[in-house]
Design a protein around this ligand. Structure first.
Ligand code: ADP
Ligand code: MG
Length: 478
């Protein structure tokens, strides 16, 4: 090995002294002003200790709307530079921006990095970029400099987002927050959409997703004459006169209960209404997600005109997790319906297979439901119409009167399934295109009324044996 000379030692010693110097500064109690802090304080024109923060927390599903509000704000008030970030890993959970900035952040940790981004849906098929962690310099409505911070926290506990406004004065920060809130409301991407409240697979957190709005023709909803019209009048007719009703001091909020056996068309009716009311925000809650009813009702109030659909409420009303008698979730639901002001253009639609279970709770607290409609099993006329509706795409060579007579007591969904199976029989017999003939129907009717199909029969909404006045499917004369 070559012997080292004196110059090398001196260089090494100098480097070590330099390193010690960095180490000393790093450990010193006096936090050096980091680049990040400098960027914020130089824009605000005051020291970090004088900075005021206004802070707002929101559920993560609202992130997209806050982002749209901030984007609209920046479009209007301009920004000094672009979004910048905080070195990855520097934010601790539940820490706000200001205390993060105030904490010592030496060397690379104190540098302003680039913002991080995520995506959020803005419709059934569209999405947008949202800032997951970033800051941007802009001005308050009155012109004072402010810094807006946005952050999504998904790692610890239920996910949420934080909007923080930093300024040299509380007034400037508050005014900015108010203006962003106003713009968020105006640019809310949920308005007029069909939304479903559910829970994430991950931790059972509240989740909002968009559903497509599919138009359904009135001809596709088969009910006794006048039934669909009275439902529609209650939901849509009141909304059409909203302004005048309000002026006349009358309440707008309405509650509709649809009850009837499974497969009779309650959900089908909701789909029809959703397709029809193209300007209405629709919020759907089913089963377990009914526990998010408070958030859903708050959203409905914000996004009027709106319709909140609570599907199969008997499931929660019968929930055995709750002690006898009182059912907190059912009362939460009724409270949430109550919490929406009477002058709100909001319709609550409740569906149930078991009106008897709800009757008591609803009777105890009148005014929540102002129209209860039975969605019945189809009579002979309706069964014939259903047969025609569901065979309209195939060649039909059966005897409607025989099929109608053989299906007394079934539900609409039963007729639909009957046709589907008859088409299958035709296809299996080699017909191309399929032709549904009377013998096909006879075969399927026999199959569907056979003993081993009793579960299928009750799932499709045919009467259980022994229940009142609802005979099991009879074999047709064929
Ligand atoms: N009244 C009806 N008119 C036409 N089709 C219907 C009707 N009722 C039910 N159906 C058909 O049966 C399917 C199941 O009915 P659904 O509305 O889900 O029943 P439920 O009353 O249990 O909510 C519907 O998607 C629709 O295709
Ligand atoms: Mg249903």
């Amino acid at each position: 090995m070559e012997p080292t000379n004196g110059q090398d030692y001196r260089d090494l010693a100098r480097a070590l002294v330099g390193l010690l110097d960095v180490a000393r500064r790093t450990l010193s109690d006096e936090p050096a002003t980091s680049e990040l802090v400098g960027r914020v304080t130089s824009h605000l024109g005051c020291g970090l200790s004088e900075v005021v923060a206004v802070h707002e927390r929101f559920p993560i599903w609202d992130h997209v709307n806050v982002q749209c509000g901030v984007d609209a704000y920046l479009a209007r008030h301009g920004s000094a530079g672009t979004w910048f970030g905080i070195a990855a890993g520097m934010m601790r959970p539940h820490q706000d921006l200001l205390s993060r900035l105030a904490a010592p952040a030496p060397g690379p940790l104190g540098r302003a990095g680039s913002a991080s981004y995520g995506t959020a849906a803005t419709g059934p098929e569209t999405d947008t970029e949202v800032v997951a962690l970033g800051l941007i310099a802009t001005t308050a409505p009155e012109g004072a400099p402010v810094v807006i911070g946005l952050r999504a926290e998904r790692e610890f506990g239920p996910p949420y987002g934080d909007l923080e406004i930093l300024a040299a004065s509380r007034d400037a920060a508050s005014a900015t927050r108010t203006e962003i809130a106003r713009l968020s409301a105006g640019h809310n991407v949920f308005r007029g959409q069909v939304l479903s409240f559910g829970e994430s697979e991950h931790r059972g957190n509240e989740l909002v997703s968009f559903l497509p709005r599919i138009p359904l023709d009135a001809q596709e909803v088969v009910f006794p004459a006048g039934l669909l019209e009275s439902i529609e009048r209650h939901v849509a007719g009141v909304g059409a006169l909203a302004g005048e009703l309000r002026n006349a001091g009358q309440h707008l909020k309405r509650g509709l209960l649809l009850y009837g056996p499974p497969g009779a068309g309650k959900t089908h009716t909701v789909r029809y209404l959703t397709g029809k009311l193209t300007e209405t925000t629709v919020v759907l809650l089913t089963g377990r997600s009914i526990r998010f009813v408070e958030s859903a009702a708050a959203l409905a109030r914000r996004l009027q005109p709106s319709m909140v659909v609570l599907e199969d409420v008997d499931l929660i009303a019968m929930d055995r997790d709750f002690s006898a008698g009182e059912n907190p979730l059912l009362f939460t639901l009724l409270d949430a319906m109550d919490g929406v002001g009477a002058d709100a253009d909001v319709t609550f639609v409740l569906t149930t297979n078991r009106a008897d279970i709800l009757e008591h709770a609803l009777a105890d607290r009148p005014g929540r439901v102002d129209l209860a409609i039975e969605v019945p099993r189809p009579d002979a006329g309706c069964r014939e119409q259903l047969l025609r509706l569901y065979t309209r795409g195939v060649a039909f060579d059966g005897d409607p009167s025989v099929i109608v007579a053989a299906t007394e007591g079934v539900t609409a969904s039963y007729i639909k399934e009957l046709v589907r199976r008859a088409v299958l029989v035709s296809l299996r017999a080699g017909d191309r295109p399929p032709v549904v003939r009377q013998p096909h129907f006879d075969e399927v009717l026999a199959e569907m009324s056979a003993q081993h199909e009793s579960l299928t029969r009750s799932l499709l909404g045919n009467a259980e044996p022994g229940s009142r006045s609802l005979p099991a499917v009879r074999r047709s004369r064929g």
